[in-house]
Design a protein around this ligand. Structure first.
Ligand code: FES
Length: 185
């Protein structure tokens, strides 16, 4: 603020000619500051909204398909646990075909174990058991394990998709994509 008579700048409260006190923050200044603050707040909110629109929250899921090597890498009569840890899938080969079983118990979703010497999948949670084909035969589970899509990729490797599932009790194991015919060496 400037002294009316001398024209010099003053700081804080300054005595007037009459000796009264004039405050540096008059009512008009306070109202102006409040309005400026409100406008800045609105601009900040609008900026945040625009930024959020430009960068939407997207959930990046891991891919559901993976190449599982060549069919002849799997041995007839064996359950391969090669992909169990990373993909939660067993790959099983018999003398006619190769199929992929999802490692999720159909009772309440625990992860069963393959018990090689006993030739069965066994769930540690409530004791459900499944044959090597994935068919339930003991414990509380009401249905077999699920198969997932399996096919041959262009380069001859197995291509597995865990997002596409086949349920035995619904007749879906007849679907040609739920297994791969393979009798090679
Ligand atoms: S979750 Fe597997 S038996 Fe219950």
């Amino acid at each position: 603020m400037t002294d009316a008579k001398s024209g010099t700048a003053t700081h804080g409260a300054a005595p007037t000619v009459e000796g009264a006190t004039e405050h540096i923050w008059c009512r008009r200044d306070v109202a102006s500051l409040a309005a400026s603050t409100a406008i800045l707040g609105c601009l900040a909110c609008a900026g945040a909204a625009v930024t959020r629109m430009l960068f939407p929250r997207v959930l990046f899921e891991p891919p559901t398909t993976f190449k599982a090597g060549y069919p002849n890498e799997y041995i007839v009569g064996e359950v391969s646990e090669r992909w169990m840890k990373s993909q939660r899938v067993w790959i099983v080969r018999n003398d006619r075909e190769i199929y992929a079983l999802l490692g999720i118990c159909t009772h309440l979703g625990c992860t069963p174990r393959w018990l090689g010497p006993e030739g069965k999948f066994k769930c540690p949670c409530h004791g459900s058991g499944y044959t090597i084909d994935g068919v339930n035969f003991e414990g509380p589970t009401p249905r077999p394990l699920e198969r997932v899509k399996i096919a041959l990729a262009d380069d001859g490797q197995l291509l597995v998709d865990t997002a596409v599932r086949y349920r035995h009790e619904l007749g879906q194991w007849e679907d040609p994509q739920s297994f791969l015919r393979y009798t090679g060496a």
